[in-house]
Design a protein around this ligand. Sequence first.
Ligand SMILES: [Zn+2]
Length: 316
Amino acid sequence: MAHHGRRHACRSTLAAAALLVVVSGCGMAAGPSERGERAAVARQPIAGTAPTVPSPSASAEPSVPAEPSVPAEPSAPAEPSAPAEPSASPLALASSDAPLAGRIVVLDPGHNRDNGRYPSEINRPVDAGGFPKQCNTTGTATDSGVAESTVNWLLALALRDRLLALGADVQLTRQADEGWGPCIDERAAIANRAGAHLLLSLHADGAAPGARGFHVITPGLIEGWTDDIAADSQRLAIAVRDALVAAGLPTSDYLGEQGIDVRRDLGTLNRADVPAVMLEAGNLRNADDAALLTSDQGRRAIAEGLSSAVVAFLHG
Ligand SMILES: [Zn+2]
């Protein structure tokens, strides 16, 4: 897929981490209060790019330099009570802390179960970031007929449980796997209104049966739309990719590069004013991926990886 490299002046400012200034000067989709939220997000520590902090659940990451035991809140006056041993049990860390306290995470289970029965509603064009696109689509399914919307929904619930256990405030863009919508622009708007620290859109793909693996889609630059979130979203995408690899999931062998793809045609990402990525958790037309994604155990493993990614991103 071709990506135009047109850059906005704000891009370099972003890179200089003067995000507060940038946020007030770029983009046009958010109101003043949302700007404030974004500024708050932008002030989170963002030093470095690689998520070097070991996540509570990704236990033995061999390549991770042994940082002192994790959750060190920026403002924490003292070290957590966990022993200074780099080998401190991840379980102990997770249970003795709430690393996501005060953090707002919006999960977006893609599509909806009955979208196919509401063609006029889901075909209605909405603004996908400076261009029209249909409100929503039906999504794909496994060969045995499990709908993508249902896989996305159940994965969102599993991840919500994990994030709640870590202290996060979690909101979903739909409240059931039933009915239609919401539209892609509204899914982003829910995250914007919530002042979310991040938006994670959950999907599964429908590709050739021989293709497998997950990929994370991060928004490409669209002047006035994504220039305020592209850099942080990319950092989030890397955190998600790294955590899922650590959890043992294979990266896509048919799309993206090392599990990451950049797209400028997705309204859910383009309309977001908070860091946003879309996960294609696997290929539902592939037997191995379908088996993983339709099992509670498989979804739990993915959810655990994703929760680690959220912690790494927000504390990285
Ligand atoms: Zn989808």
